[in-house]
Design a protein around this ligand. Sequence first.
Ligand code: NAI
Ligand code: AKG
Length: 532
Amino acid sequence: MKIIVTDEVAQEGLALLQQDPRVQLDVRLGLKKEELYSIIGDYDVIITRSGTTVDKPLLDAATKLKMVARAGVGVDNVDVDYASSKGVIVVNAPFGNTNSAAEHAMALLLSFCRNVTKANTSLKGGAWKRAPFTGYELKGRKAGVIGLGKVGGRVATRLKAFECDVIACDPYIAEKRAHDLGVRLVTLDEVVKTCDIITVHTPLTDETRDMIGKKELAAMKEGVIIINAARGGIINEEAMLEALDSGKVAGAAFDVWSQEPPDSETLKKLIGHEKMVVTPHLGANTFEAQVNVAVDVSREIIHYLNEQPVDNALNIPRFDASLMDQMRPYLTLMNVLADFAIQLVGSNLNKITFSYTGSLAQHDCTPITVSGLAALLNRRVEQEVNMVNAQLVADRMGIVVEEAKSSQSEAFSNMITLTIEGSGEKRLISGTLFEGVPRVVKLRDYQMDFRPEEHMLLLAYGDRPGMIGRIGTILGEHDINIGSMNLGRREKKGEAMVILSLDSQVSPEVVEKVKAATDATFIKPLYLVTAK
Ligand SMILES: NC(=O)C1=CN([C@@H]2O[C@H](COP(=O)(O)OP(=O)(O)OC[C@H]3O[C@@H](n4cnc5c(N)ncnc54)[C@H](O)[C@@H]3O)[C@@H](O)[C@H]2O)C=CC1
Ligand SMILES: O=C(O)CCC(=O)C(=O)O
């Protein structure tokens, strides 16, 4: 696996990858866009921070890319949707820098309130002035936290420790979270109109861009203090500049900018404004956070290499961590069923139904469905299909994908049934786990019971004496050993469905001989990669 690192990432994390003999790691900092485009095609993984924009042109040039690993939280520098359409996994490190970001927001706030930066410059310049640097206390002030996630929650706790009256606005969290943090959950409007201090901690999305603009600033209390250590652009920078100039806002402290490094006139004025405390995106820049995020993304890459679940992938459906061990065998079962069934369908696929019965149906089975869909489509399209892009590829091919659930089990406590419909054909296969091992229990409407193996031969013929002997003789003559045999039939001397597991592959000539000897109405050799 070839990995390129394009932003500064702590050595402690990279060491994990450098020690792995399967990995070639190239640290290439400060590359120009064109340089990166010209070499990215060689790499399987790109590790970035916020300094590299992983956009459409880069993803198009990255023909081998499997994963974008963002050593940090925000993925607004990555086109996640486009990466998904190309089957590229996007992983981040959502926890490692939370504390640093929260502490930095407090550092910015306290620096502004106590004029630390100005007084520092003044004293270092040889002056001994105190009166111009009279500041504000936090105690007793009303503080509003916008976005009560990991960082916002920690900021709220720290503001409370400074004896602020803290309220928060976050339409997506449970009230219990706010309650547990001892914070009153209110509307954005209430935060805007009633707070002395406002700090934003949301991601930058279409919804949060310009969330604080001219209108919101106008509605704020005179002398409000505003902090942004989340993302540039959540607070409209032009409106901010005007509000500082007009005196509406007492001061602001920003760590993040809509353009990094900042170059526009507005940003230059904002950064130079005497009422602003500014830092160049330092929220996560602590030794602790950088080691944490580097180790986290490196571990994710190693999980991927080991074919283990990637915990922080943003574009792969996954189970709750507590369910993962229980569900993993069903992912294997589904892949085997999909691998088996798709080989029985000759025509274009129209519809695929994934049905879950028994206690399995009580859970969210999306990861199993998506995994099965990827296994099916991988046999049909040239593009590599995985859990990231399976649904998108199915949509593009016009295949209807349905999921059905019933907690009422039939003969088995849990069963998965895959029904594939093509033009004029319909194939159905059901499977269950027996002592954790996949078994097929139904094919079409025949009750069967066999363990899927790497090489199999499936055939249907009119049942009559001597057929099994004929098949055995032909296979024996060609040195093909039969591991097991399972026969399903509805009535004596009716149609029989026979599945043989074989120790080796059957050639087309042998298949023809078996077909002729049994007058088979259907015969198909199967090769199950998933059962190897
Ligand atoms: N300055 C820096 O170096 C760092 C900045 N960050 C940024 O901080 C932000 C928050 O990070 P985390 O707390 O880890 O993320 P998180 O996902 O744990 O929390 C974000 C919260 O924002 C809320 N939210 C989303 N849309 C909202 C809206 N319209 N109104 C109110 N709340 C909304 C979500 O419900 C969620 O609770 C991210 O943008 C991240 O990139 C994070 C780490 C370092
Ligand atoms: O990588 C960085 O330093 C930026 C950290 C950050 O903003 C994030 O994790 O969202």
